[in-house]
Design a protein. Sequence first.
Length: 147
Amino acid sequence: MSTLVEQARKVLKDNGSRWTKQRQQMIEILAEHPDHYIDFTDVDQRLRKDNPGLSHGTVYRNLKDFESLGIVETRQAGERMQVKVCCDSNHHHHFICDVCGRVQEIKMPPIDYAFFAKQLPGAKINGHTFELHGICANCRANKKKAK
C-alpha cells in the first residue's frame, strides 16, 4: 500500500471513520497521480465500474468526507469538479501547468483577512483559494528541445 493510501487510512481511523474497500480504491485512484487534479467524473466512473452497486451520491459523499478531513483537495475547472489527494490539512497554494497539468505547491505569506474585511463591511470571510497558472519548467524545456 502506498504512503498516500496509508496516510489517508490513518486520518480516517484517527477521526473515527471506517476504512472500506471503496474508500481505499478511491484513494488508490487519486494516488496514481499525486501531483495532478483528476476530474471527479473519472474517479466516479472508475469506482462504479468496479463496484456496480455503488451510487454517484455515495462516491460524492465520500469525497466530501475526505475533503473535510484534509485527505483531498477539490477545485472547480469550468463546469467540472476536480480532486487531488493531499493528506495535508495545512492550507497551501498551487502552481498548475497549463500544458501537462502538474500541480506544485507554492508558499505565500499569510493572507490578512482584516485588510479584506474592511472592504466588505458586514461580511464574514471563511477562506480563500489561490492558484497560479502557466507553463512548468519541464514543459518549457521540452518545448525548447522540440524547436
